[in-house]
Design a protein around this ligand. Structure first.
Ligand code: GLA
Length: 728
């Protein structure tokens, strides 16, 4: 059991292998945060201090004690209305119009296993792996109850947080802001590392000090977005890749979010992760409740690398589900960059024939196979196979592909509708739009109101017909625009952002239940919805529409801070690259794509004989290492944004097999040699480089590193396998 409650002083302690989290119900019934960090013993309530602070109010039941103020005390779930002037985790508008809430402790319950969240993705874990703590708080004036949920995965050093807001009063209340996690730090300075970007350049790390005032990132796009990922690191200023203290906060949600970091007047820091406050105004009738999506917390006192590996394990084993989640992924070839919209059935067969020769497992028919879809201006919503374009039925096509020894995958964008589509002509009111206004277009398409069951049911039925006709093993679930018309006939403007996401989850859950064998890869213009929420339904996500190997080094580097390699969709594409125009060698492109689910996105028919031979070897090489890549521990060995090379390694859980990957980035006359230092080895063990037979001590590889060749090539890449031979 990882949860302890001391009745005498009402202290809750959550213990994981390497961390302690502690909180206390004080004499006034407020739930105060005491500590989160490296493992400690004893009660930490001695950290609380009380002084009369000017302009910091005191609750009336403090009975004139001017040293007691919520404006200063560290809290678990701060609400607006108690005299705390910092940012709140929860803002409630009561039936009487007042914006005030005062939550006091009512009780708790400890349960075996990890709680689930109805309709929302969440970390899952069985009774041996996790415990749940529920703490009940109540406002005795408006009757609002809050159940704060903690999931503790002791072995994984993971603590999850969520909250259920229950209107147990008489009138309607409105949830105006809701976060699921708040970390109050009584002391210390912190940086926030967030991951910003844009379409085709996602998740670039940015480190900033959390200074006085508010540092806020988030999304108002209806999806988690290319622009900011819903995951941050909060680190002490001297924390780096291998040393120092840092906290992770990962939101398990795929829509509008907000993460705030604030240093207050007494130099205390508050960091919160939750739903975006803008475009949110969620009414709860008497008896109704609202679930705040979960945040996954973790702490490492050994730098970002260790923090990342904790998240990798958690996401791989406790978020990703289904039979594909733990399996070696299929090597696929996708038609998008090979043919775009310009294909027919024969093109796909030819792609499959070429792919079969190369040893590839699956061909994916991307956008363009349905309705009237010759370009991206029409057809979305009409999920009927365009047999005229294909020149055959879907069944015929998938059967032929099967005869060639390949499985078949298909692209879909179920949440969307083109104005030029039968669906939109029949049901113009199914697209999100503000009353009396024309909707904002994105990629010339509109967004279906997925909060409405009849809309979801209609699309679901169409999609099932397609999946039932063909012999389909994989679906690429795309989503190619940001939401902008946040209004639904189903509840106006304040609910739709949240209800839409729940509708998407509901659809995906049904799809997974009906087709448990189909692997779904998420996508939103590449990495516009790359989050832990989607990974609960789609165990891999197309990481970026940018397939340029050099840009991918940056994108995959940023992605690796939280998301395991097994979730990262990565393909080798043609050169000159379609997004950057860069010419990078086939070997380098493959080494980079092998830090992902691996596949191809090009027309092999246009390749030279020797290139095809090279691809055959790459596919074999990937298969040889797929287990190590997908399940091994991942170490970042350099920062490709600032260093002369991009370097990373995989090591199996037993520590016996290592795959070192290096891409040289600097290219200058008379180049200095780059040395790459390995990590995570035993210092006294001997490791043999399998290619050359050379042996090295772990200490040498970690302290001095391996010299990389200086070659007259642009961006050469190396993959070096090492095996532990003698363990001393
Ligand atoms: C998005 C995806 C691409 C491709 C196109 C098809 O941009 O990210 O991979 O599927 O849509 O329209």
């Amino acid at each position: 059991m990882a949860v302890f409650f001391e009745q005498s002083n009402r202290i809750f302690t959550l213990q994981t292998n390497h961390t302690t989290y502690q909180m206390k119900v004080d004499d006034m019934g407020f739930l105060l945060h005491l500590y989160y960090g490296s493992k400690v013993s004893g009660d930490m309530d001695y950290l609380l201090t009380y002084y009369d602070r000017g302009f910091s109010g005191n609750p009336s039941d403090a009975a004139g004690d001017r040293t007691y103020s919520m404006d200063v005390l560290p809290q678990e779930y701060p609400v607006l209305g108690t005299g705390d002037y910092r940012s709140s985790a929860l803002i409630i508008r009561g039936a009487d119009g007042s914006q005030c809430c005062d939550l006091r402790y009512v009780g708790y319950e400890i349960k075996k296993g990890k709680y689930g969240l109805d309709g929302l993705p969440a970390v899952y874990a069985n009774e041996k792996e996790a415990d749940t703590l529920e703490i009940f708080l109540k406002d005795c004036v408006n009757g609002l109850s809050v159940k704060i949920l903690y999931g503790i995965l002791e072995e994984e050093d993971i603590i999850t947080r969520s909250a259920e807001i229950i209107n147990s009063g008489d009138g309607e209340v409105i949830v105006e802001k809701a976060a699921s996690a708040c970390l109050d730090f009584i002391t210390g300075n912190y940086d926030m590392i967030s991951f910003y970007g844009r379409h085709t350049m996602e998740r670039i790390p940015q480190r900033e000090a959390i200074a006085h005032g508010n540092h806020v990132i988030g999304s108002r796009r209806g999806t988690s977005s290319h622009q900011y990922n819903p995951a941050v690191i909060v680190a002490e200023p001297d924390t780096g890749e291998d040393a120092g203290k840092c906290y992770g906060m990962v939101f398990v949600y795929s829509g509008n979010f907000m993460c705030e970091g604030e240093k207050d007047q007494f130099d205390q820091t508050r960091v919160m992760m939750g739903l975006q406050r803008d475009l949110f105004h969620y009414p709860l009738a008497k008896g109704e409740s609202f679930l705040v999506p979960e945040t996954i917390l973790s702490f490492s006192d050994r730098g970002f690398g260790e923090l990342s590996r904790r998240y990798h394990r958690c996401i791989r084993e406790h978020i990703c589900r289904g039979r594909h989640a733990q399996q070696k992924r299929t090597v696929l070839i996708n038609s998008w960059e090979a043919a775009y919209f310009d294909f027919n059935g024969e093109t796909i067969i030819n792609l499959a024939k070429e792919a079969a020769e190369l040893g590839i497992d699956m061909v994916v028919m991307d956008d363009g196979w349905f309705g009237k879809r010759e370009d991206d201006n029409s057809g979305l919503g009409d999920w009927q196979v365009n047999e005229k374009k294909l020149g055959c039925t879907l069944r015929e096509l998938t059967d032929k592909v099967k005869e060639l020894g390949l499985s078949f995958g298909i692209w879909m964008e179920p949440e969307m509708v083109s104005e030029d589509s039968d669906l939109c002509r029949e049901h113009p009111d199914w697209a999100l739009r503000n009353p009396g206004r024309n909707p904002v277009r994105g990629r010339n398409q509109l967004v279906l109101d997925f909060s409405r069951k009849e809309v979801r049911d209609h699309v679901f039925a169409q999609i099932c017909r397609v999946l039932d006709e063909g012999n389909i093993r994989y679906v690429k679930w795309d989503m190619n625009r940001s939401l902008s018309d946040f209004y639904s006939v189903n509840g106006g403007s304040g609910k739709i952002a949240y209800d839409y996401v729940l509708g998407v989850y509901d659809f995906l859950e049904k799809l997974l239940r009906k087709y448990p064998d189909i692997l779904i890869e998420g996508c939103s213009g590449g990495g516009g919805r790359f989050d832990a929420g989607m990974l609960y339904y789609t165990p891999q996500i197309w990481c970026s529409d940018n397939t340029d190997a050099l840009d991918r080094l940056w994108i995959q580097y940023g992605t690796s801070f939280f998301y395991p390699v097994s979730t990262v969709g990565a393909h080798v594409s043609a050169v000159p690259n379609h997004q950057t125009g860069r010419n990078i060698s086939l070997n380098t492109r493959a080494v980079v794509a092998m830090a992902g689910t691996f596949g191809y996105e090009l027309d092999p028919g246009k390749l030279k004989g020797e290139e095809k031979e090279e691809i055959k070897k790459q596919v074999k090489r990937y298969r040889q290492y797929a287990g190590l890549i997908n399940e091994g521990d991942y170490y970042r060995l350099s920062n490709p944004i600032t260093d002369t090379c991009g370097a990373w390694m995989f090591i199996d859980r037993k520590g016996e097999q290592i795959l070192l990957n290096v891409v040289m980035l600097g290219n200058h006359g008379n180049m200095p040699v780059s040395y790459v230092k390995l990590k995570g080895l035993l210092k006294d063990a001997l490791y043999e480089e399998t290619g050359s037979g050379k042996t090295y001590y772990g200490s040498a590889l970690m302290e001095a590193g391996l010299p990389m060749p200086v070659e007259l090539k642009e961006y050469p890449a190396y993959q070096i396998e090492l095996r532990k031979t003698v363990d001393r």
